[in-house]
Design a binder for this molecule. Structure first.
Ligand SMILES: Nc1ncnc2c1ncn2[C@@H]1O[C@H](COP(=O)(O)OP(=O)(O)O)[C@@H](O)[C@H]1O
Ligand SMILES: [Mg+2]
Length: 233
């Protein structure tokens, strides 16, 4: 077992630490996927890969890096979330809580809007559905929806649902919305929090600013104030 582990995962030795490699191996042994396929994105805190299941489906693996992520910033963002109020300021504890929070947010937000179906979570690793057919669907920043009026109505109505349920995405922009055949799919919920979080309003302000900026960029006229009126009414 140890030998197979070593051989198969050796190529990722420079990307991941031993702990993460062991977790990936554990998830693989549990049958969640057969092989890692290819890197999709390299973020500030996480690496995203595609993987193939034994049924031949492609899924997404999001891995928070234990060594090089900014856990101080993570702590600042998570410490006010009432769901994680007793969290101690220790690197691994924070990263695991951060990952778990994103997984829980996926479970919550899927009741409201389109999100990738979460599969499982282990410490610093999340497995979820891949949005797309053979390849991951493009981000909104690279693929503007055909019908902009319909798109803006749908986006506003999704945001209203999120607001009405007492949540905020917290990192909303054209980077964290995928355009899957003109269907909007929200991703990246690691900063999402609830109404009881003292930063709730500030995050909404920021999210709406980003949406207004994007609308302007693609030639839509809805302003920040109009967005607020429609979402907060
Ligand atoms: N479930 C998914 N399906 C398809 N593509 C995804 C999925 N999750 C992430 N991606 C791709 O990987 C990128 C980075 O993922 P994201 O969760 O936003 O991580 P980060 O925190 O690094 O921004 C996304 O912008 C998107 O292009
Ligand atoms: Mg992102």
């Amino acid at each position: 077992m140890a030998r197979i582990f070593k051989e198969e995962w050796k190529v990722y030795g420079n990307v991941f630490d031993q702990y993460t490699l062991r977790n990936l191996f554990k998830l693989q042994t549990q049958g969640h996927f057969e092989d890692l396929l290819s890197p999709v994105a390299l973020g500030k805190e996480a690496n995203i890969f595609t993987a193939k299941t034994k049924e031949g489906k492609v899924i997404i693996i999001k891995i928070y890096r234990l060594q090089t992520c900014n856990f101080n910033k993570m702590y600042d963002y998570i410490k006010t979330d009432p769901r994680f109020i007793n969290l101690k300021k220790q690197r691994r504890k924070i990263i695991f809580a951060w990952t778990l929070r994103e997984f829980r947010n996926l479970l919550k937000f899927r009741e409201l809007v389109e999100v990738p179906t979460p599969i499982t979570v282990l410490d610093n690793i999340i497995l979820m559905e891949m949005i797309g057919r053979d390849e991951p669907a493009p981000q909104l920043k690279d693929s503007v929806p055909e019908n902009r009026e319909k798109f803006s109505k749908e986006l506003i109505s999704s945001l209203k649902k999120i607001y009405d349920k007492g949540y905020v995405h917290g990192d909303l922009s054209e980077y964290n919305i995928l355009n899957f055949d003109d269907e909007l799919v929200f991703i990246d919920f690691s900063q999402s929090t609830t109404r009881n979080d003292p930063n709730f309003k500030e995050y909404w302000e920021r999210d709406i600013k980003n949406v207004a900026r994007y609308f302007k960029k693609i030639g839509l006229k809805t302003s920040e104030e109009e967005l607020k009126e429609q979402i907060f009414k």
